[in-house]
Write a protein that binds this ligand. Structure first.
Ligand code: 1CP
Length: 333
């Protein structure tokens, strides 16, 4: 059994598996090398050979306990037929929703559009670098994907004023996303994903109608994934009430952001926990890193815990800081 399954199924509290969100990405010189020659990010995600190489890069370097496929949450809007591009030094830019008939999206076309992603999983599932490790597939949660689809650019500067204006469109998108995110989960599981993580990166922007935007849509995906026989990790970044989220949504693992006090979490949450460490700590020095990583390990000493960060690893992170992090987790007693 893999270290993560051991943690989830047997509630093993001794071994702390480790992987990092965004571990296959820009802080790796070997990734930047490939990226330089492949300026179209979507095309790179749809290239199963290069995506496989990128997925395995952090595994070969650091021996993490899980590989997370090199892909993006915005591949679902792409699969539905919305134009998506990633602009240098700007981020994602999506096309007009008016060009899509939301009542007539074909499941077959969606699966065909994303076939290279499923091929990537097929290619990885029996790879010798992943023996004894998990292969994590992922999706964006309906709220976060809807935010990108309507806002068309990153909401990092807040939502556009008229975001909630078209209620009909919002209701339609929530339905369509529920259907196609589930299809994307099913296709990934059938192609070899052994765990699914649901990224709700912009959940912190919800300040009203939590049932409609957060709890109901996420619970629907969690129940669906569980039925497929695969564990599901939820990362509802920056929400205020993680215990309430766990009570209602009940994922197999809750991934916490770095604003959460880990000490309070173990009293309030009984399911396995993942993550928490501020990615900025990896930009400090080794002494501070050792101290902060050990703190998390001590707090979660008797709780099933997967070591990870409270958000994605930053592009400016030095390789030897990641090596140190893995060493501290593995040697902790
Ligand atoms: O080289 C580049 O410029 C591309 C950078 C990059 C990478 C490496 C993007 C663009 N996406 C990815 C891969 C990616 N994205 C992975 C797989 C690799 C891994 O985890 O190791 C995953 C899981 C994601 C998920 C993702 N994409 C999220 C959820 C996690 C999070 O960070 O909150 C989000 C919000 C995205 C959107 C996205 N994709 C890329 C960027 C720069 C962004 C964020 C833009 C924004 O600020 O809104």
């Amino acid at each position: 059994m893999t270290p993560i399954k051991e943690c989830l199924l047997n509630k093993n509290t001794k071994v702390k598996p480790v992987w990092l969100m965004r571990q296959a990405g820009r802080y790796l010189p070997e990734f930047r090398e490939i990226r330089k020659k492949n300026t179209d990010f979507i095309k790179l995600c749809l290239n199963p050979e290069l995506s496989k190489e990128i997925t395995l890069q952090p595994i070969k370097r650091f021996g993490f306990d899980a590989a997370v496929i090199f892909s993006d949450i915005l591949m679902v809007p792409y699969g539905i037929g919305q134009f998506v591009e990633f602009k240098k030094n700007f981020g994602p830019q999506l096309g007009d929703l008016n060009n899509i008939n939301l009542d007539k999206i074909s499941e077959k076309e969606f699966t065909d559009n994303l076939a290279p992603v499923y091929k990537l999983l097929e290619n990885l599932k029996n790879d010798s670098n992943l023996i004894g490790k998990d292969l994590i597939g992922f999706v964006g949660a309906p709220w976060t994907l809807m935010v990108y689809m309507i806002n068309k650019v990153s909401p990092k500067n807040g939502l556009k004023e008229n975001f909630f204006e078209n209620e009909e469109l919002i209701d339609k998108l929530l339905d369509v996303l529920d259907q196609f995110i589930k299809l994307h989960i099913k296709n990934q599981v059938e192609s070899g994903a052994s765990i699914i993580q649901i990224f709700d990166s912009w959940a912190g922007l919800i300040n009203d109608k939590f049932d409609k935007f957060l709890y109901n849509p996420t619970k629907s995906l969690v129940n669906y994934t569980k039925q497929l026989g695969v564990p599901v990790i939820c990362f509802p970044r920056n929400i205020k009430d993680y215990p309430k989220f766990c009570n209602i949504v009940n994922p197999d693992v809750i991934s916490i952001d770095y604003n959460v006090d880990p000490r309070s979490i173990i009293d309030e949450i009984s399911i396995p926990v993942q993550g928490g460490l501020d990615p900025d700590i990896l930009l400090s020095d080794k002494k501070n890193l050792r101290q902060k990583v050990s703190e998390y390990l001590k707090i979660f000493n008797s709780h099933p815990y997967i070591f990870n960060l409270g958000h994605g690893i930053l592009p400016t992170t030095e390789i030897d800081m990641v090596e140190e992090l893995v060493k501290v987790v593995r040697e902790f007693k």
